[in-house]
Design a protein around this ligand. Structure first.
Ligand code: AMP
Length: 221
């Protein structure tokens, strides 16, 4: 049973890497942003409540996220462990998660920090789009589909861009990261779950290799 927390600013590659690790290590991928976007797509009360907050790039209230994670980790697909992508994002969320770990007698998390060069992330975020059918990620400059307008994986023709990948929302998301999420790096030093650094500016395969090395090393202890 492994719990992995990926910590890094928007666009640092957490989602891309989590999808790969999920396969290699047989861990569930819990991406809170994806969960909330699914609530919005289903048009339920929670989705209606969080949509404008998310579109603006602000953080959704802690208690909503803690309840979401609590119900998710009880599911069978999490029994071998899970990767948290986008949670915790504030110190109160981390404290609530620690209480949950203690209650459920789960192992301490392995915290991975993506170190980045922030100006480059704005370019990554502002060009990205995904296949509406299978969720594969693309980018206007760095990674276009092999055949223009057609998904490499599923052949889909519909693509979507996130509302919060617009310049103003991007600025708000970085501010939220600096002010509310970056303090978690110190928080996890205090709890003894010292963040393990990977170079988030390396290419996708390079980052995967670094994480695999880091996780392999932890498993052997
Ligand atoms: P992401 O897909 O991780 O970039 O998340 C997109 C948006 O979902 C964020 O900008 C927040 O509005 C919301 N969100 C996702 N995870 C959290 C969280 N742990 N705490 C608060 N808001 C969150």
């Amino acid at each position: 049973m492994k719990i992995v927390i990926l910590l890094g600013p928007p666009g640092s590659g957490k989602g891309t890497q989590a999808k790969r690790l999920q396969q290699t290590f047989g861990l569930a991928h819990l991406a809170t942003g994806d969960m909330l976007r699914a609530e919005i797509a289903s048009g339920n009360a929670l989705g209606r409540r969080v949509k404008s907050i998310m579109d603006a790039g602000e953080l959704v209230p802690d208690h909503i996220l803690v309840a979401l994670i609590r119900s998710r980790i009880a599911r069978p697909e999490c029994r071998h462990g899970f990767i948290l992508d986008g949670f915790p994002r504030t110190v109160p969320q981390a404290e609530a998660f620690d209480r949950l770990i203690a209650e459920e007698q789960l192992p301490r998390p392995i915290v991975i920090e993506f170190t980045v060069f922030e100006p480059e992330l704005v370019n990554r975020l502002s060009g990205r789009f995904t296949c509406q059918t299978c969720g594969a990620s693309y980018h206007d400059h760095f990674h276009r589909p092999r055949v223009e307008g057609m998904c490499d994986f599923c052949g889909g023709h519909e693509f979507v861009r996130r509302a919060d990948d617009q310049p103003e929302a991007i600025r708000t998301r970085f501010r939220a990261y600096r002010e509310q999420t970056a303090p978690l790096l110190d928080y996890y030093k205090r709890t003894g779950d010292i963040p393990l650094e990977v170079d988030g500016m390396a290419d996708i395969d390079g980052v995967t290799r670094q994480i695999e090395a880091v996780l392999g090393g932890v498993a052997q202890r």
